[in-house]
Ligand binder design. Structure first.
Ligand code: PMP
Length: 391
C-alpha cells in the first residue's frame, strides 16, 4: 500500500473526500508534494503559518529548546522559561487588563478553560454565543458553536447556552445578570469573514460591563496580524475581559491560550485548587517556537504589509463568476453562487498548484488566508490560477 492508501485506511478520517495531498516539505508560502510538485499555500494551515512555514528563527528556537528539555512537569508547577518569556512578550503587546496567560494545547482547550473561568468568576451558568460562530470541536466548544447541523448529532451538550444573532442590536437585550460570559469571534471566520459594525461590538462590550458579564473574544483566527493589526479587537477600540488565542500562537507548533486579568485567573487556584489542569499545555517547545514566531512577526514588519497584499488580491480577483469578496486584512472570502461552483474552482486551483478550501458555514466561499509573507509574485500567480479556474 502506498502512503495515501495507508492514510485513508489507518488514520482516523473526518471527511469522505479529504484533500489527501501528500506534502513532504513546506517553506515560506510554498508546499511541495511527494511527486515534486509545488503549491502556493493560500490557507497557511488555516491561519496558522502567518510568518510562513518553517521560519528560520522558529526552527532555531525549537532546536535550542530541544537541547534543554522537552516535557518536564504538568502545567503550572515548574518555572519553565519558554512559558514565562512568551507570556511576558504577549502581555507587553496587550492592554494592561490582559496580564495573565494560561497556555493550552489547542484553541478548543482555550475555549473550554475560558468558559470554566467565567462560571467560576461570576458564579453564573448561562453562556451566550452567536450563530455562525466556530469555537472548536470538544463538547463544551461544540455546545457554543453557532450551527445546529454540527451540534445536533452530539446532544446532550452543555445546558444553559443561548445562541444569538451576531451584529444584531436586539440580541444584546438577551444578555443579563444571569449571563456568565458572552463568547464572540471578533470577526466571524467560518461564516465567511463577517466583521461586526464598530457600534455593535462596542455596545456588546458595554452591555457585558453593565451586567457584570465577561466578554470573551475568540481571536484564534483573527490574531497575530492577520487583520492588519496585531489583534482584531484593536480595530474596534474595545478590550475583552478574556482573549482566546491559538493557531498562529505556536508558529507551527500546537499551542493555545486564554488571557485575562490575574485577579480573574487566580480563581483557578482555590475551591477547587487546580481548577484547570493540563499535562502538556504550554509545552516548552511550542512556547519557544511561538515566541520566536511572534518576535519575527513584529520585527520583520509583516503586519504593515497586510493592507497592500489585501488590495493586491482584491484587484486581481475579478471575474463574472465572483459575486463578492469580503475581506478583513489578508483574510478573504471569495463568494460564488454555490458550493458546486466553488468546489470546481478549488479542485482546478489545486490541480494547478494553488491550495485553498471553503469555509465551514459558507461553503460557497473560497478561503484566502495565506502566510502574511506571501510574495507579490506568488500572489499574482495564485490569483491568475483562481481567475482561470473560474472559467
Ligand atoms: N476558534 C476559532 C475561531 C477557530 O477557527 C478554531 C479552529 N478552526 C478554534 C476556535 C478551535 O481551535 P482548535 O482547532 O485548535 O481546537
Amino acid at each position: 500500500m502506498n502512503q495515501r492508501e495507508l492514510f485513508l485506511r489507518h488514520v482516523g478520517q473526518t471527511s469522505p473526500a479529504p484533500l489527501a495531498l501528500e506534502i513532504v516539505k513546506a517553506d515560506c508560502a510554498t508546499l511541495y508534494d511527494a511527486d515534486g510538485k509545488e503549491y502556493i499555500d493560500l490557507i497557511g494551515g488555516i491561519s496558522v503559518a502567518n510568518i510562513g512555514h518553517r521560519h528560520p528563527k522558529v526552527i532555531a528556537a525549537i532546536q535550542q529548546q530541544l537541547d534543554a528539555y522537552l516535557h518536564i512537569m504538568v502545567y503550572g508547577e515548574f518555572v519553565e522559561a519558554p512559558q514565562v518569556q512568551y507570556a511576558k512578550l504577549l502581555i507587553e503587546h496587550l492592554p494592561s487588563s490582559l496580564n495573565a496567560v494560561y497556555f493550552t494545547n489547542s484553541g478548543a482547550e482555550a475555549v473550554e478553560g475560558a468558559m470554566k473561568l467565567a462560571k467560576r468568576v461570576t458564579n453564573r451558568t448561562q453562556i451566550v454565543a452567536f450563530n455562525h460562530s466556530y469555537h472548536g470541536s470538544t463538547q463544551g466548544a461544540l455546545s457554543i458553536i453557532g450551527d445546529e447541523y454540527w451540534r445536533n448529532a452530539f446532544r446532550p451538550l452543555l445546558p444553559d447556552v443561548l445562541h444569538l444573532a451576531y451584529n444584531n442590536f436586539d440580541s444584546l437585550n438577551e444578555i443579563s445578570v444571569q449571563t456568565a460570559c458572552v463568547i464572540a469571534e471578533t470577526v466571524q471566520a467560518e461564516a465567511g469573514i463577517k466583521a461586526p459594525d464598530t457600534a455593535w461590538i462596542q455596545a456588546l462590550r458595554k452591555k457585558c460591563t453593565d451586567t457584570g458579564t465577561l466578554l470573551i473574544l475568540d481571536e484564534i483566527q483573527s490574531g497575530f496580524g492577520r487583520t492588519g493589526k496585531l489583534w482584531g479587537f484593536e480595530h474596534f477600540d474595545i478590550v475583552p475581559d478574556v482573549l482566546l488565542l491559538g493557531k498562529a500562537l505556536g508558529a507551527g507548533m500546537p499551542l493555545g491560550a486564554f488571557v485575562a486579568d490575574k485577579k480573574l485567573m487566580d480563581a483557578f487556584t482555590d475551591n477547587p485548587v487546580l481548577g484547570h489542569i493540563t499535562t502538556f499545555g504550554g509545552h516548552p517547545v511550542s512556547c519557544a517556537a511561538g515566541m520566536a514566531g511572534m518576535k519575527a512577526l513584529l520585527e520583520e514588519g509583516w503586519i504593515g504589509m497586510v493592507k497592500k497584499n489585501e488590495e493586491l488580491f482584491a484587484s486581481l480577483l475579478v471575474h463574472p463568476k465572483i459575486k463578492a469578496i469580503r475581506s478583513f486584512g489578508l483574510w478573504m472570502a471569495v463568494e460564488f453562487d454555490s458550493f458546486e461552483t466553488n468546489k470546481k474552482v478549488i479542485d482546478a486551483c489545486i490541480a494547478n498548484g494553488v491550495v485553498t478550501d471553503w469555509f465551514l458555514f459558507a461553503s460557497n466561499c473560497l478561503r484566502i488566508s495565506p502566510p502574511l509573507i506571501i510574495s507579490e509574485q506568488q500572489t499574482e500567480k495564485a490569483c491568475a490560477v483562481i481567475v482561470k479556474a473560474c472559467d
